[in-house]
Write a protein that binds this ligand. Structure first.
Ligand code: AMP
Length: 191
């Protein structure tokens, strides 16, 4: 399975990505997690990414695309993968198309989690208290929502036009949302 999990910041992508990827036996590839790992290790990539992340802006496409390309080339991603937080721009969509085509496979589905926008901000503010992520301050949270609306929402139409889009209600308990995702993806596998 080659799946993309999309949704605005705070929609619960990270939590769902791990469960869904495990269910399908593929790695969950989270660009946010890879960036955060590099920031914590102080790598060259981390140093470059941090300034953008702390401001709530996207890391430039050239940096992000190369990082994903390298990750998808690893052997554990040969049977498939679940992408969490990539692609986020139209240019990343094109790059990903090229990467998948090169492997001779196709994308199976794009799952979008939909959550009410005020609920998103509240969830992220609650996360800020427990996780202490440096990009979970109220200003940066609001900026991340704006960037998502400007740069990532247009991708929804692109994937809808390709008949790959599955919209899943992301409100409610984690387990309920997981079940909705599984039900939707099982339909894809059976078709
Ligand atoms: P996330 O954990 O997915 O919310 O990502 C945290 C931050 O990492 C984002 O606010 C961006 O600064 C950066 N980031 C993650 N994925 C991407 C991407 N596909 N393109 C550009 N920047 C990204």
């Amino acid at each position: 399975m080659r799946i993309i999990l999309m949704g605005p910041p705070g929609a619960g992508k990270g939590t769902q990505a791990k469960v869904v990827a495990e269910h399908f036996g593929v790695p969950a590839i989270s660009t946010g997690d890879i960036f955060r790992f590099n920031v914590s290790e102080g790598t060259e990539l981390g140093v470059k990414a941090k300034q953008y992340m702390d401001a709530g802006e996207y890391v430039p496409d050239e940096i992000t695309n190369l990082m994903v390309r390298n990750r998808i080339d690893e052997s554990d991603a040969e049977p498939g993968f679940l992408l969490d937080g990539y692609p986020r721009t139209l240019s990343q969509v094109e790059e990903l198309d090229g990467m998948i085509k090169f492997t001779g496979h196709e994308l199976d589905a794009v799952v979008v989690l939909t959550v009410d926008s005020e609920e998103l901000v509240q969830r992220l503010l609650a996360r800020a208290e427990t996780d202490g992520r440096s990009d979970d301050t109220e200003d940066v949270i609001r900026r991340r929502q704006e960037v998502y609306a400007e740069q990532t929402e247009p991708l929804i139409d692109v994937y809808r036009d390709r008949n790959l889009l599955i919209e899943v209600d992301g409100m409610g308990e984690v387990d309920e949302v997981t079940k909705r995702i599984f039900d939707a993806l099982d339909d894809v596998r059976e078709s």
